[in-house]
Design a protein around this ligand. Structure first.
Ligand SMILES: *Cc1c(COP(=O)(O)O)cnc(C)c1O
Length: 372
């Protein structure tokens, strides 16, 4: 799905030097590169505080711990996401409250969120799925009205801009009280291992988050709160500094590939190409088609035989997962999510796709649909 090798080869010299410099410095944990990357990312995002951590899942968990969410508190999120979003809510003893998504953007439906709010609701976790922002304005109004925290799961949309109705732009992940991201290798800003970060403009919360990621410790060996051990390695930070400089260019390359796909599939009676909303730029973490009357697994197998990877993100909605079974939910409760889980297919999407590959991929999809 991603070609990390070709991407690396283009920046190899710079990366190799940066990694060797860290090795020679012996500052493997919390070295200067971590601090430098933190500042670079703060500048890029236009956010006051970036707190690096070990991965995106930890980022979400630490954010919820920092906000002081307590067992029994309800947290509203989407039924159509990667499991980590719901996993950390459950892990902390909070109650995940799932709602459906919108069919055009695959993102959380603000109206469904409104209907799910109860006196126990403490937070909303919008997920900027596949590289496009959730419509934040209505969600932020709801949060304000009901005094709820917004925790943005921005693992898939780093670099995307949200455009407010008044024209003001903000980077995905910087609009809620806290935003979380992942630097997993295949994410839009990926390192060469695991990594993550938390963003906030709130000084007090930032301080709490910094303490939590470091064993609840402000003064060495004095622990004022229960924390975790969640750090970004210096080597990964050094790699991320180089990749961050290229991020906008990488987003452009993804958009160019998406343009090619859009054109090749336009007008096909069964294919719905990704919608690009007015309120968000799209950084195409995934290029996901919705195809009418599709046997997803047959298409995936057909593509596989042609040595083209194709993935189903996500085949099982959260409320249908064994681990998250809940008497409150049953099949049919989230019709859009359920429809999508049966009709989506994601095509290869990365920064190194060339026209020959794109032509081969699109022709293969069309060939399959001709016959099936
Ligand atoms: C990847 C991802 C995460 C988790 O990130 P990790 O770094 O793998 O822990 C969380 N939420 C979403 C939506 C993701 O895509």
């Amino acid at each position: 799905m991603v070609d990390l090798k070709s991407q690396y080869e283009k920046i190899q010299q710079e990366i190799d030097t940066a990694v060797l410099d860290v090795i020679r410095s012996t500052q493997y944990i919390n070295g200067t590169e971590v601090k430098n990357f933190q500042q670079d990312l703060e500048n890029y995002l236009g956010v006051k505080h970036v707190i690096p951590c070990a991965n995106g899942t930890d980022a979400l968990q630490v954010a919820m711990m920092g906000l002081g969410l307590k067992p029994g508190d309800e947290v509203i999120t989407t039924s159509f996401t990667f499991v980590a979003t719901v996993e950390v809510i459950a892990l902390l003893g909070l109650t995940p409250v799932l709602v459906d998504v919108l069919p055009d953007t695959f993102n959380i439906d603000p109206e469904s969120v409104r209907n799910a709010i109860t006196p126990k609701t403490k937070a909303i976790v919008p997920v900027h799925l596949f590289g496009q922002c959730v419509d934040m304005q209505p969600l932020m109004e709801l949060a304000e009205e009901h005094n709820l925290h917004i925790i943005e799961d921005n693992a898939q949309a780093i670099g995307a801009d949200y455009i407010f109705p008044n024209g003001e732009k903000k980077k995905a992940g910087t609009m809620g009280i806290v935003g979380c991201t992942s630097f997993f290798p295949s994410k839009n800003l990926g390192c060469y291992g695991d990594g993550g970060a938390i963003f906030t403009n709130d000084d007090e919360l930032a301080q709490k988050l910094r303490v939590i990621v470091n064993h609840g410790m402000e003064v060495r060996y004095y622990h004022d709160s229960i924390g975790v051990n969640s750090r970004l390695d210096s080597i990964q930070a050094a790699i991320l500094r180089i990749k961050l400089k290229n991020l906008d260019k990488y987003c452009e390359a993804r958009r160019a590939a998406a343009d090619y796909y859009d054109k090749a599939f336009s007008g096909h009676p069964r294919i719905k190409t990704p919608v690009r909303s007015k309120f968000s730029t799209h950084v195409f973490h995934q290029y996901t088609l919705v195809i009418d009357k599709l046997d997803q697994f047959a298409l995936q197998k057909f593509m596989g035989e042609k040595e083209i990877p194709a993935m189903i993100y996500y085949p099982v909605p959260m409320h249908m997962q064994k681990a998250y079974q809940d008497p409150r939910y049953t099949e049919g409760d989230f019709p859009v999510t359920e429809m999508l889980s049966k009709s989506v297919i994601s095509l290869p999407m990365h920064t190194e796709l060339d026209e020959e590959q794109l032509a081969y991929i699109t022709q293969s999809v069309l060939e399959f649909l001709d016959k099936n």
